[in-house]
Ligand binder design. Structure first.
Ligand SMILES: Cc1cc2nc3c(=O)[nH]c(=O)nc-3n(C[C@H](O)[C@H](O)[C@H](O)COP(=O)(O)OP(=O)(O)OC[C@H]3O[C@@H](n4cnc5c(N)ncnc54)[C@H](O)[C@@H]3O)c2cc1C
Length: 751
C-alpha cells in the first residue's frame, strides 16, 4: 500500500508538479528587491481569513471591544480638550497661517509628539486606539493641528528609532523627542520619485573626512532634494532616505548598498530647510529641503552600519502601522463632524416650509453621511485593536487608508451639498469648508489613492494573505531543486483542493441563498455573516481564477486588480461593522446603521464582481465564474430608500444612536462656536417643533403671514392656538435658527 502511494506521488511530482513548476518559474514576474521587501513587510491578520473563503468569525468576535485606559481617557478629556480650546481654526488658516505659539508650546510640552514613545524614555506610550482617538478629536477642531500632531507619531524618526535604532541613538533622541525638544520630520519623497519612492535619486557616498573637530571620520557625503515634507520647515531633526554607494569599498566589497535612512540635525552645515509649500490653504508646516555633498558620520544611520541598505523594508514595516492610524482617524473625524453638524443643520434649516433634511434628495446624502461614518468608525477601531495586539496588517492598513479617505471625500462632498451656500462661504461659522479643501491631502499622502486601490490592496494581499500563493512563490525561489519541487508540490495540490472547494461552495451557497452556512450571532447580524462567508468563497475563487489565467499580467491589469481589491476591502469593512454592532451590545436603535452598511457593502461587492467579470479577458472563464457565483442572477440590492430615510432621521434628532455615532469629536460648550451653536439650535428647534406646528396649522384661517413672527405669535396667543410658554419656545428656536443660517462676511479689501 505504502509503495503504491509512493509511486503515485513520484508520478505526480514528475508529470504534474515538475512541468508546472517550470511554467510557474517562467511566468512569475520577476520582483524587484523593493517590491519583495514591500510584500514581506507587516503581518497577515483578518485579511488571511477573508482570503480563505471560510472566515472564522469566532476569531473576530473574540477580539476585545475597543477600550481606552483610564489614563488615555483622562488625556483625551483633559489635555486634548485644552489644546482644542486653544485652537481657533479660522485664525489659524486665514489670519496667522500657522498654529499660535502657545498651541505649539502646549503640544510639545504635553507629550503630543510622544504618543508612541515608551514611558522609560519619557513618552506617553499610548495604545493605537488612543493615538487614533486623539488625532480624530483634534481633527474635528483643526485639521492643521491634527496633521502637525499625527506626523511625529506615525512614520517618522521616533517610530524608526524605536524599531531599529541603536541603544545610543534611542537614549539620545527619544527623551528629547518625548519632551518636545526636537521637532522631527521624515523625508522620502523627491521631485522625481513620488509614488515610486523606491526610485529616489538621492544618494550618499561613503568616504572619510574631518568632521566637527575630529580627524578622518568614516561617513558619507549626502546629496538630496526632497519636497512635501511635513513639519520640515520647523524641524530640528531630519529623517532622510537615500541610496548609499561605497565606490571605494571602504565598508565591504559591495559598492551599491541600497536605500538607507539617517537622522540629521537640521543645523548641520549644508542642510537647506525652512521654505514652505501652501497645502490648499491648510497651513500645516510642509516644505522642501535639500543638500549637496553634506558630510555626516556613518553613526547617524538609523540602526548604525548593520542597517545599511534596509531602509525600504524599515519604511514599509512602519508604514503598516502609521497608515492604519492617522488618516483613518482624520477621515472618521470629518465623518463624525458632518454627521453631527450637518444632521443638525438639515433639521434646523427649512425651505418650502419643511426642514431640508426631510426632502428625499437630502435624505439620500444624509444616509450616506451616517452610513459611511458608521463604517469608518468601525474600521478605524477594529484596525487599531489589531495594531494594539501586535499585528502589523499591511494589507488592511492600505484598505483603511484608501477606503476611509474615499468615504470622507464623499461624506464631506455630501455635507457641502446639504449646506448649500453656507458651505461655500468660508469663515468661522463654516464647519466644512476647510475639511473640503483638505480632502485631496489625505487622498494623496501615505500612498496616493489610485495607486493604493489599483496596485497595493489586492497586489499585496493576493501574495501575502492568500493561503497558498506565498508558499508557491517561496518554493519557486528555493535554491535546492529537490526541496523546491517538494514544497511546490505540497503547495500546488493544497491550492488545487482549495480551488475545488471554493468552486463547489460558491455554487452551492449561491443556489441555497447562503442558508446552510453556519453563522454566529442572532438576527439581525446572522444573515450578514452568512452572506459574507459566501462572498469570501466567491472572492477566493475569483482570486485564483485571475491568478491562474492572467498570472503575471494581472500586475498590469490594474482595473481588474482594483476590483478584486474592492471586494476584499468591503469584506473587511463589513466585518468591522458587524464587530462594532455586537461590541456595542447590538443596540436596536443602531440597526438601521447596521443594515445600511452591510447592504451597501454587499451590493458593492456584487458590483465589483460584475465589473470584474464583464472585463475579464478570457470570456469562457468569465462565463463559468458568473455561473458559479451568481447562478440565479444578482442577489444583493443597495440599501432601500426606506432604510435611507430611517438613517437620515437618526441624524436629524438628538438620540443615543446619534451620540454613539458622533462620539469622540470636540464639542465646545460655548454656543458662539459653530458646532456647539448647531447642537444648541437643534435642541431649541426640536423643543419648539410641536408649538410651531400648532401655530402654523392654527393660523391657516387668519392670514397672518405678513405680520412677522411677533405678530403671528400675538395672534396665536390671542386666538388660544398657543400658550405664552409655546411662544417663548418658538422665539428661542427662531433666534437660534437665524443665528445658525447666518454666514460670515468681511470688509471689502479692495475698497
Ligand atoms: C501635503 C503633503 C504632505 C506630505 N508629507 C510627506 C512627508 O512628510 N514625507 C514624505 O516623504 N512625503 C510626504 N508627502 C509625499 C506623498 O506621500 C506623495 O505625494 C505621494 O506618495 C504621491 O506622490 P506624488 O505626489 O509625487 O504623486 P505621483 O507619484 O506623481 O502620482 C500621481 C498620480 O498617479 C498615480 N499613480 C502613480 N503610480 C501609479 C501606478 N502604478 N498605478 C496607478 N496609479 C499610479 C497616483 O495614485 C497619483 O494619483 C506629502 C505629500 C503631500 C501632498
Amino acid at each position: 500500500m505504502n509503495q503504491q502511494v509512493e509511486q503515485s506521488r513520484s508520478w505526480r511530482l514528475r508529470w504534474i508538479s515538475e512541468p508546472l513548476l517550470n511554467i510557474f518559474r517562467r511566468v512569475t514576474p520577476r520582483m524587484s528587491q523593493t517590491e519583495r521587501e514591500a510584500l514581506d513587510a507587516g503581518s497577515v491578520w483578518w485579511d488571511g481569513e477573508l482570503f480563505s473563503g471560510r472566515p472564522q468569525w469566532k476569531k473576530l468576535r473574540q477580539l476585545p471591544a475597543p477600550h481606552l485606559s483610564a489614563e488615555e481617557q483622562a488625556f483625551l478629556d483633559g489635555s486634548v480638550d485644552e489644546l482644542c480650546a486653544m485652537l481657533n481654526d479660522w485664525e489659524i488658516t486665514a489670519e496667522r497661517e500657522d498654529l499660535p505659539p502657545e498651541a505649539w508650546e502646549f503640544i510639545k510640552k504635553n507629550g503630543f509628539f510622544s504618543l508612541i514613545i515608551p514611558k522609560s524614555y519619557g513618552g506617553l506610550d499610548y495604545s493605537a486606539l488612543a493615538h487614533s482617538a486623539i488625532v480624530m478629536k483634534i481633527a474635528t477642531r483643526s485639521i492643521t493641528a491634527a496633521v502637525s500632531v499625527m506626523v511625529p507619531n506615525s512614520l517618522g524618526p521616533a517610530k524608526l528609532l524605536l524599531e531599529y535604532g541603536t541603544e545610543e541613538q534611542k537614549n539620545h533622541y527619544l527623551p528629547r523627542l518625548a519632551a518636545g525638544e526636537e521637532v522631527p520630520c521624515f523625508a522620502l519623497t523627491s521631485p522625481h520619485a513620488g509614488s515610486d519612492a523606491g526610485a529616489i535619486p538621492d544618494y550618499g557616498i561613503v568616504c572619510r573626512q574631518d568632521f566637527q573637530g575630529e580627524k578622518d571620520v568614516l561617513g558619507m557625503r549626502l546629496t538630496w532634494e526632497k519636497r512635501y515634507i511635513t513639519l520640515g520647515p520647523v524641524a530640528t531633526l531630519l529623517g532622510l532616505a537615500f541610496k548609499l554607494y561605497d565606490p571605494d569599498q571602504l565598508l565591504s566589497d559591495e559598492k551599491d548598498r541600497g536605500i538607507t535612512l539617517a537622522l540629521i540635525p537640521t543645523d548641520t552645515d549644508g542642510v537647506n530647510i525652512g521654505r514652505r509649500h501652501n497645502p490648499l490653504n491648510l497651513p500645516f508646516m510642509t516644505g522642501p529641503n535639500s543638500g549637496t555633498d553634506v558630510f555626516v558620520p556613518l553613526d547617524w544611520i538609523i540602526g548604525g552600519q548593520e542597517r545599511i541598505g534596509q531602509g525600504w523594508r524599515m519604511l514599509m514595516e512602519c508604514l503598516a502601522d502609521g497608515r492604519g492610524i492617522s488618516l483613518p482617524a482624520l477621515s472618521t473625524g470629518a465623518g463624525k463632524l458632518a454627521a453631527r453638524g450637518i444632521g443638525a443643520y438639515a433639521r434646523i434649516r427649512t425651505q418650502f416650509k419643511l426642514p431640508i433634511g426631510r426632502f428625499e434628495g437630502v435624505e439620500e446624502a444624509l444616509a450616506r453621511i451616517g452610513g459611511y461614518t458608521y463604517m469608518m468608525d468601525a474600521a478605524r477601531t477594529l484596525t487599531a485593536t489589531a495594531l494594539d495586539r501586535g499585528e502589523k496588517p499591511s494589507v488592511i492598513s492600505a484598505i483603511v487608508k484608501y477606503h476611509l479617505t474615499e468615504r470622507m471625500r464623499t461624506v464631506v462632498n455630501d455635507a457641502m451639498d446639504v449646506l448649500g451656500g453656507a458651505g461655500i462661504c468660508l469663515g468661522p461659522r463654516n464647519i466644512m469648508g476647510r475639511a473640503y479643501q483638505g480632502i485631496p491631502i489625505s487622498i494623496t499622502v501615505e500612498g496616493a489613492n489610485i495607486l493604493t486601490r489599483s496596485m497595493i490592496i489586492f497586489g499585496q494581499g493576493a501574495i501575502r494573505s492568500h493561503p497558498y500563493v506565498f508558499k508557491e512563490m517561496e518554493a519557486i525561489s528555493e535554491e535546492d531543486p529537490e526541496l523546491s519541487l517538494e514544497k511546490f508540490d505540497r503547495a500546488l495540490f493544497g491550492h488545487l483542493r482549495f480551488v475545488m472547494m471554493n468552486s463547489v461552495r460558491s455554487l452551492f451557497h449561491a443556489l441555497t441563498s447562503s442558508l446552510f452556512i453556519f453563522a454566529p450571532g442572532y438576527s439581525p447580524a446572522r444573515r450578514y455573516y452568512q452572506h459574507l462567508t459566501r462572498m469570501s468563497a466567491a472572492f477566493a475563487l475569483l482570486t485564483d481564477a485571475a491568478l491562474m489565467t492572467l498570472g503575471g499580467t494581472l500586475k498590469r491589469k490594474e482595473s481588474l486588480s482594483a476590483r478584486l481589491g474592492d471586494i476584499l476591502s468591503h469584506l473587511y469593512l463589513a466585518s468591522a461593522v458587524l464587530k462594532r454592532f455586537e461590541d456595542q451590545g447590538s443596540p436596536k436603535s443602531d440597526q438601521p446603521l447596521l443594515h445600511w452598511s452591510l447592504q451597501y457593502s454587499l451590493s458593492e461587492i456584487q458590483k465589483a464582481i460584475d465589473g470584474l467579470l464583464q472585463n475579464f479577458p478570457l470570456r469562457p472563464v468569465a462565463f463559468l465564474l458568473r455561473w458559479m457565483i451568481f447562478p440565479l442572477g444578482r442577489h444583493f440590492s443597495p440599501p432601500s430608500d426606506k432604510l435611507g430615510h430611517q438613517l437620515a432621521e437618526q441624524l436629524l434628532i438628538p438620540s443615543n444612536s446619534r451620540d454613539r455615532l458622533t462620539e469622540g469629536i470636540y464639542l465646545p460648550k460655548d454656543t458662539n462656536e459653530a458646532i456647539a451653536r448647531l447642537d444648541d439650535a437643534l435642541n431649541k428647534v426640536i423643543r419648539a417643533d410641536h408649538a410651531e406646528r400648532k401655530l402654523r396649522q392654527g393660523l391657516r384661517d387668519y392670514k397672518a403671514d405678513h405680520r412677522g413672527l411677533e405678530g403671528r405669535l400675538e395672534v396665536g396667543i390671542e386666538k388660544g392656538i398657543i400658550s405664552e410658554q409655546d411662544a417663548t419656545l418658538i422665539r428661542e428656536a427662531d433666534a437660534a435658527r437665524t443665528d445658525v443660517i447666518r454666514v460670515d462676511d468681511f470688509p471689502n479689501q479692495s475698497d
